[in-house]
Design a binder for this molecule. Structure first.
Ligand code: AMP
Ligand code: TRP
Length: 338
């Protein structure tokens, strides 16, 4: 599984339900690279409780749904290590050490914290320190690349800054002067920020209040059709790509390009100047349905079996072995123990 390949790691937080935005910005990218790298994909369940979760049973069900959905989307468990974060204690252990090496000012600058903290009344400290847990996730496996959507880039850059600081402080105790590997974010060229269908100025989100704005991975064909047909566009009556002047139309073009794996310039040329928004919407409906239908079928097949448990057990064992070794090294380097 590993050989001399570089390492890749990514995950999607199981809060809300996975959308076509997560697919374009996260899953699709991951699938594209999973064979090329020694890949690690995990369900970051500890991150899910950084925002209020009122029903633990729903949390558990969602973790399982996410795991089955990754497999249904095409994650190859023979090529990649697939596990649940909370089953590998080193994530939490390393996060503490890293928290003690991260500045309050750095975390205060995280734009996602500013966005999310403005939505809730009583926010937990975990929401503030969550990017450090994310850094621990990445650092434990010496990940070289981290495929994420655009809004996570800042967090991967923070992880990189923490790595540089830790290497500067403790690297001389390690062979090669390097304790940790510097990670690089991999951002999709097209589809890194799919917009909400009802408000194309906002990103499509797992936890959107209006479900008409998001296409969920388990939406059926009729729902997909309805949502795209009702997508907010404009009154200009001409199709052209301009994310500022025509956010709704540009979002549909981007969705089409990302899912049909067609270069965005070709898609723009193809639709440019067309006058009927309905024609564009019809093509977008076709491509979304053709991507999601096999995912749905496979998901409902997997849901009835215990296949995912076998995959996750194997993944946990490999992840634990690698992560605990890395944690023991750093723990002794900072001076813990006898
Ligand atoms: P989130 O849904 O915000 O927890 O993000 C999970 C992953 O999906 C991250 O890598 C995000 O950057 C990516 N992602 C989330 N929403 C979108 C979107 N609307 N378009 C593209 N990527 C997204
Ligand atoms: N923060 C990511 C999200 O919101 C999930 C995540 C947690 C992650 N740890 C990570 C992604 C490490 C990439 C690498 O979905």
């Amino acid at each position: 599984m590993s050989g001399n390949k570089k390492r890749l790691l990514s995950g999607l937080q199981p809060s809300g339900e996975l959308t076509i935005g997560n697919y374009c910005g996260g899953i699709n990218q991951f699938l594209q690279y999973q064979e090329q790298y020694d890949s690690f994909l995990f369900v970051p369940d500890m991150h899910a409780i950084t925002v209020p979760q009122n029903d633990p049973i729903k949390v558990k069900e969602r973790i399982r749904r996410f795991a089955n959905l990754y497999l249904a989307c095409g994650l190859n468990p023979d090529r990649c290590t697939f596990f649940i974060q909370s089953e590998v204690p080193a994530h939490n252990q390393l996060a503490w050490i890293l928290e003690c090496h991260t500045y309050m000012g750095e975390l205060s600058r995280m734009t996602q914290f500013k966005d999310k903290s403005s939505k809730y009344n009583n926010i937990g400290c975990g929401l503030f320190t969550y990017p450090v847990l994310m850094a621990a996730d990445i650092i434990l496996y010496d990940a070289n690349v981290v495929p994420v959507g655009a809004d996570q880039k800042q967090h991967v850059e923070l992880a990189r800054d923490i790595v540089k600081r830790m290497n500067g402080k403790y690297g001389s105790s390690c062979p090669g002067g390097q304790l940790f590997v510097e990670p690089t974010p991999l951002i999709a060229k097209v589809g890194a920020r799919i917009k909400d269908l009802q408000d194309p100025l906002k990103k499509m989100s797992k936890s959107a209040e209006n479900p008409m704005g998001s296409i969920y991975l388990l939406d059926d064909d009729a729902t997909i059709k309805k949502k795209i047909n009702r997508a907010v566009t404009d009154n200009d009556g001409k199709i052209w790509f301009d994310e500022e002047a025509k956010p709704g139309i540009s979002n549909l073009i981007t969705l089409y390009a990302a899912l049909s794996k067609t270069p965005i310039e070709d898609v723009i040329n193809r639709f440019n100047g067309m006058e009927r928004y309905g024609d564009l919407k019809k093509e977008v409906i076709d491509v979304v349905q053709s991507v999601l239908q096999p995912v749905r079928d496979e998901y409902y097949r997997l849901e009835k079996s215990d296949y995912v448990d076998k995959v996750l057990d194997r993944g946990r064992d490999r992840a634990k072995e690698i992560a605990s070794k890395k944690y023991e090294l750093i723990s002794s380097i900072v001076g813990f123990g006898r």
